[in-house]
Design a protein around this ligand. Structure first.
Ligand SMILES: Cc1cc2nc3c(=O)[nH]c(=O)nc-3n(C[C@H](O)[C@H](O)[C@H](O)COP(=O)(O)O)c2cc1C
Length: 437
């Protein structure tokens, strides 16, 4: 039997049009209603997953490129995942629900109170995916947009402030003695007075303390600063890295070193690597899919160009596929890392078709060139990650029930038989489940 690991689902397209652009749309779920998400959440809980993380962006992007973001619904619309969370809690008993939150969008006192309320309502199953994206700054104030590191400074101040509010009801404040009629001892409430670089507020918080831990903090940032934030503050890191032994160990070591530097134990943070698998029913089918992906037709390339146009906020769909891509078309606001991911090591002299074809190409799990393979093959990879000390994985996709079943139907029994995937949950909510092993 193998070591158990933690499993999560990263709902990568957020609370938006699930299935848009795919035949599964004709199942006729209404993405604005809770049912499609509730059905998916119940499936994840039956599967023994610890949590679902709901991606989000509060903004449709800049005025110049808004059409590229919404035309095929890659960049929006997105409804607010924090408000979806209660519906998912109601549909499940154990699953952790982790909406994405941006410190720019919530004042600390409001955030502390709303998150506290949800933590109690859910039986301590709330998590918060704390992101530092600054592209949506203009919706919240007219102050200058923060830089990368300053956004992390603000996130640290925000989270530390929220935690000080959550802890403002110190041990013994809550009395709840029906005989004397005393509910709480106000003399024990901590006043909390915060005056920082980004926020100013006073406490104490008007919400009672937690019985089973604070909401779990999740973080996705991959820079040195991002890994440092995870080590110091997070319970879960959403990890993106090549899945070879050296990269996995190096990624984990950076976070664990940061945890130790912050006075925490490396075991306090679960590092979950993100994988978007294509599960096939046979190795032959996987070989066929991978071979076909090397020769995408123009329709497939256009679909990739649409997604890239949304992510890069630059219209690639109107360009000639057979001419070299002139990278001066990308404005200064476009992330250099994203441009680099598009052009890879092919340079600028090759036609756009070559870049899009490279993005279309999938690889086999067996030779570690990609994530197409059978459930047994994926389980082998996950087991190997576990041998390197890894805590678990996040499967990545939309929340359409068709996507979930395609990914999980054969995988769950294989993982269960190998002892990698839990069969039972602990009582005590998300933190208890994360700490169970
Ligand atoms: C895998 C992953 C998922 C992310 N999810 C979100 C998200 O849902 N919403 C968001 O606004 N930013 C998201 N971000 C952006 C990060 O919060 C951060 O702003 C960005 O990655 C830059 O930080 P870094 O250089 O440390 O990676 C995500 C980043 C990564 C790598």
């Amino acid at each position: 039997m193998s070591r158990p690991q933690h499993f999560g689902w990263f709902l990568a397209r957020g609370f938006g049009p699930q299935g848009w652009g795919y035949p599964s749309l004709d199942w006729d779920y209404d993405w604005t209603r809770p049912e499609i998400y509730q059905e998916a959440a119940r499936t994840l809980e039956q599967a023994g997953f610890d949590l679902v993380i709901i991606e989000d962006a509060p903004s449709l992007g800049s005025a110049d490129t808004i059409d590229l973001r919404v035309r095929h619904a890659f960049g929006g619309p997105k409804h607010d995942p924090l408000l979806l969370a209660p519906y998912l809690f109601q549909a499940t008993r154990h699953l952790g629900v982790v909406p994405t939150v941006n410190p720019a969008a919530y004042l600390p006192y409001t955030a502390a109170r709303q998150f506290s309320t949800l933590q109690h309502l859910s039986g301590h199953r709330l998590g918060l995916n704390v992101v530092t994206d600054t592209g949506s700054a203009r919706h919240f104030s007219d102050s200058a947009q923060l830089g990368h590191d300053a956004a992390y400074d603000r996130a640290e101040e925000w989270l530390t402030g929220i935690r000080s509010l959550w802890r403002s009801w110190e041990e013994g404040t809550l009395v709840r003695d029906p005989d004397t009629g005393v509910f709480a001892d106000g003399s024990k409430l901590q006043p909390v007075r915060h005056r920082g670089a980004h926020f100013a507020f006073d406490g104490p918080l008007n919400a009672i303390p937690f019985t089973d831990g604070e909401p779990a903090i999740v973080s996705p940032g991959g820079s040195g600063r991002g890994l440092g934030f995870a080590g110091a503050h997070s319970d879960v890191q959403l990890a993106l890295a090549p899945l070879d032994e050296a990269s996995v160990r190096a990624y984990r070591a950076k976070i664990q070193d940061a945890a130790i530097a912050a006075g925490r134990s490396p075991a306090d943070i679960k590092i979950l690597f993100a994988i978007q698998p294509v599960i096939t029913s046979s190795a032959e089918e996987a070989d066929r899919i991978v071979a076909a992906s090397a020769h995408p037709d123009d329709a497939a390339l256009v679909q990739i160009a649409r997604k890239q146009s949304s992510d890069l906020e630059t219209d690639l769909t109107s360009l000639d596929l057979d001419r070299p891509l002139d990278i001066t078309i990308f404005g200064d606001h476009v992330s250099r890392g994203s441009i680099q991911r598009l052009i890879g090591d092919r340079g600028e002299d090759v036609p756009l078709r070559a870049h899009l074809t490279a993005l279309a190409r999938t690889g086999r799990i067996t030779d570690r060139s990609g994530f197409v393979g059978t459930a047994e093959e994926l389980a082998d990879l996950i087991e190997e990650l576990g041998d390197w000390g890894n805590d678990g994985v996040l499967l990545w996709g939309d929340f359409h029930p068709v996507t979930l079943h395609r990914t999980l139907d054969e995988l769950v029994p294989v993982l269960r038989r190998r002892g990698i995937l839990r069969r039972e949950y602990d009582e005590g909510g998300l933190q208890a489940n994360l700490r169970a092993f």
